[in-house]
Design a protein around this ligand. Structure first.
Ligand code: PMP
Length: 381
């Protein structure tokens, strides 16, 4: 009998007990002083998480809602935009921009490649906005958005960053790196269930929004800002999720972001080394930049989708399979949010067992977990 699923994925991630407790609190009315205090504290802490003095807007919805809000608030039909892609989520920007009738120039990179700032900058002149991904969850690559920001600055185009699977897990300095808009979601490094989307908006982006003509209503940034400034939301918010998020942000602030980033890098290192000890190849980069998701190549002849199902259904371990062209070919292990060394050991041991069940023999029993334990012991806090 399965008692509990271990969510070792790049989202949704496990929920800390403090967040679970907050989610179970009696429901507040959203037009009440208690909710106003909850929202105000949460938004203040979010500004810290985004490293911005600007406004962070909150919307009911998933990460994609935050992405869509950036497109429809910043642009007008027919505007020329640049999207740099190297995986599923870069391609999502393309699809949203096309759905809104924008003139989209795609700077396509192979899945798994790192975005090349020079290639992106070369086509930015005349573009109103450039859309990039920070952590490309489908490949495990964390792109250098600081270098991308420097590279596109001269063009005057707005830089919009999808940080859905990175915010809170690896460094992202919205203001200091000159990023105009950062979007994120609640369910990954922010350790809250799915359902909240965020957009951090710079002064330059507010100016662009004032002249942007694409239609929007429930995602209108100006309406959200006006309500938030009064300690309110424009529409009924997912009150319970906001309570959960406040608890998560309090925890994050208690630990401090740099300690969390170091924890994620340490877990990622143990996973990479453990994967290699299992005789498997890495699809994601074998360096510390890949701190949120490790993508593991499945051995030849082994269908990753079936391994994924075995892990989940027989062993209660949920990893993430491959997306798009990588379906069946890779397995993704998340190391963000409320995860510990033992989650990584579970992932490695589970992967080994499931591979054995699918006919693949790793070098020696427990080699992956053993290597991870060795590294954790060396770097114990
Ligand atoms: N961007 C990235 C980088 C993501 O990882 C995800 C979720 N996997 C999204 C966007 C989309 O978020 P959602 O599924 O919450 O809409």
């Amino acid at each position: 009998m399965q008692t509990r699923l271990a969510l070792i994925t790049p989202g949704p991630t496990p929920i800390p007990p403090q967040v679970e407790a907050a989610l179970a609190e009696p429901l507040l009315h959203h037009r009440s002083p208690d909710f106003r205090a909850l929202l105000t504290e949460t938004l203040e802490r979010l500004r810290g998480a985004f490293a911005t003095d600007g406004e962070v807007l909150m919307f009911a919805g998933s990460g994609t809602t935050g992405m869509e809000s950036a497109v429809c608030n910043l642009l007008s039909a027919g505007d020329r935009v640049v999207v740099a892609t190297a995986g599923n989520f870069g391609e999502r920007w393309v699809r949203i921009c096309r759905a809104y009738g924008l003139d989209v120039e795609v700077v396509e990179h192979a899945w798994g490649e790192k975005l090349d700032p020079r290639r992106v900058a070369a086509v930015c002149d005349g573009a109103r906005a450039v859309f990039v991904t920070h952590s490309e969850t489908s490949t495990g690559v964390v792109h250098d958005v600081r270098a991308l920001s420097e590279a596109v600055a001269a063009s005057g185009a707005l830089l919009v960053v999808d940080a859905v699977s990175s915010l809170g897990g690896v460094e992202l300095a919205t203001d200091a790196w000159g990023i105009d808009v950062v979007v994120a979601g609640s369910q990954k490094a922010l350790m809250t269930p799915p359902g909240l989307a965020f957009a951090a908006v710079s002064e330059r982006a507010w100016k662009a929004a004032a002249g942007a003509r694409l239609p929007r209503f429930s995602l209108d940034w100006a309406a959200a800002r006006e309500a938030q400034r009064a300690g309110n939301t424009a529409f009924t918010p997912p009150v319970t999720l906001v309570a959960g998020l406040r608890a998560a942000l309090r925890l994050i602030d208690e630990h401090g972001m740099p300690a969390i980033w170091a924890h994620n890098r340490r877990m990622a290192l143990a996973v990479r080394e453990g994967v290699k000890a299992l005789g498997l190849g890495l699809f994601s980069p074998d360096d510390e930049s890949s701190a949120m998701v490790t993508a593991v190549r499945m051995p030849a002849g082994v269908d990753g989708q079936r391994v994924h199902a075995t892990l989940r259904d027989r062993h209660g371990i949920v990893l993430a399979g491959g997306q798009g062209p990588l379906r069946g070919k890779i397995m993704r292990i998340g190391h963000m949010g409320w995860m510990s060394d033992f989650d990584m050991i579970t992932a490695l041991a589970g992967l080994e067992l499931a591979l054995i069940e699918h006919g693949h023999r790793p070098p020696s029993p427990g080699a992956g977990a053993a290597r991870a334990i060795e590294l954790f012991a060396k770097t114990a806090a």
